[in-house]
Structure formats: C-alpha cells, structure tokens
Design a protein around this ligand. Structure first.
Ligand code: FMN
Length: 174
C-alpha cells in the first residue's frame, strides 16, 4: 500500500497550460484551495510533466472541473504526454475570460489562475495561482452550490474513479 493512497478518494481535476498550438492538458488530483481572500489555489506538478514547463513559461494555468462523462478524456490527459494528446480528446478548447491559457467548454467549471508562487517539495513543484477569473456550467452549480446530479469526478485508486452519491447528509440539528 503506497501511503499517499491513504488520503484517497480525492477529486480529480484537469490542468490546462500553454496557449495556441502549445496548449496542453494533464489530470491532477493534488489540487487544493490555499487562500479564500484573495482566492488562491495550489497544484502539485512533477517536473516530469510537459505541463510543468508550460506553467513555468507562461506563469498561468486553468484548473478545469471534469464530470464523470469526461473520464475517457481525463484518462488520456493523465496518461499521455504533450499537446499531441489533444487530437485524441473530445473536449472543446475555448478562450478563458482573463488569461491566455484556454478553458474547457464541457468542464463543470474553469478556474483561471495567475502564478504567484512556486516551490519544490520532494519530487513535485507546488504551484500557487491567484484566481483571476472563472466560468461554470449553470446546470452544475445551482443556488450557490454544486448540483450533485452533474456527477463531479473523484479518484479512488489508479484505475478506479467514482462520483458522489446524490443523498445529502446534514450535521445533527440542522
Ligand atoms: C487521475 C490522475 C491524477 C493525476 N494527478 C497528478 C497530480 O496531481 N500531479 C502530477 O504531477 N501528475 C498527476 N497525474 C499524472 C499526469 O496527469 C500524467 O503524467 C500526464 O500524462 C502528464 O501530462 P503532460 O506530460 O502532458 O503534462 C495524474 C494522473 C491521473 C490519471
């Protein structure tokens, strides 16, 4: 048992980096919010990833939120290297609102980030981005919260993906 698996299941995201012909997408589980105001997110990216060099070069990236039905593309993004893989993917690249790095049309949400810090920890680089723009699908976020019917993607083990049950639980008395 690899110890990092003890923190699973985790959500799975897509990281878009680069622009134009250089646009590339990788899958990433190791993504988290690091600040509420200003809103900042961090992602751990191995220097082995093509995406790593693109984030360093353009100093921006987009975190896209995939749904379960995007799993075939998520798997390509997470197992192939470099922009050539986009030719095999079904997703549509669209302009972002505030950064040159594009967003993914089919994603439940796209979070547009400007790189504000980076630090190497062990075999990954922790990239921190300030969120400067975002877009989302109205059917995926209703009444200020995620609609679980949209089937947000999570990762249980290397080839095992899951989504959230539709039943919602509340703390006692609420
Ligand atoms: C579900 C999933 C999650 C992943 N999470 C990460 C991650 O958080 N950080 C990372 O560096 N690589 C992660 N990977 C591996 C990269 O997505 C993979 O090496 C990819 O091929 C890199 O693409 P690139 O070389 O085009 O950037 C993950 C792979 C999968 C399938």
């Amino acid at each position: 048992m690899k110890p990092y698996r003890l923190l699973y299941p985790m959500r799975t995201y897509l990281v878009v980096a680069g622009k134009g012909e250089e646009t590339n997408i990788m899958a990433a589980d190791w993504v988290t919010v690091v600040s509420f105001e200003p809103f900042m997110v961090g992602v751990a990216v191995s220097p082995k990833r093509h995406t790593w060099g693109l984030i360093k070069k353009y100093r921006e990236f987009v975190i896209s939120v995939p749904s379960l039905d995007m799993l075939p593309d998520v798997w390509i993004a997470g197992t192939r290297h470099g922009p050539e893989k986009l030719k095999e993917m079904k997703i549509t690249i669209v302009p972002s609102k505030t950064v040159k790095t594009p967003s993914i049309k089919e994603a439940l949400a796209n979070v547009e980030c400007k790189l504000v810090d980076e630090r190497d920890y062990g075999d990954h680089t922790w990239f921190v981005g300030e969120v400067v723009g975002s877009s989302y699908r109205n059917d995926a976020f209703e009444g200020g919260k995620p609609n679980l019917e949209a089937e947000f993607l999570a990762h249980a083990a290397w080839t095992d993906f899951v989504t959230f049950e539709k039943r919602v639980h509340h703390p006692p008395g609420i």
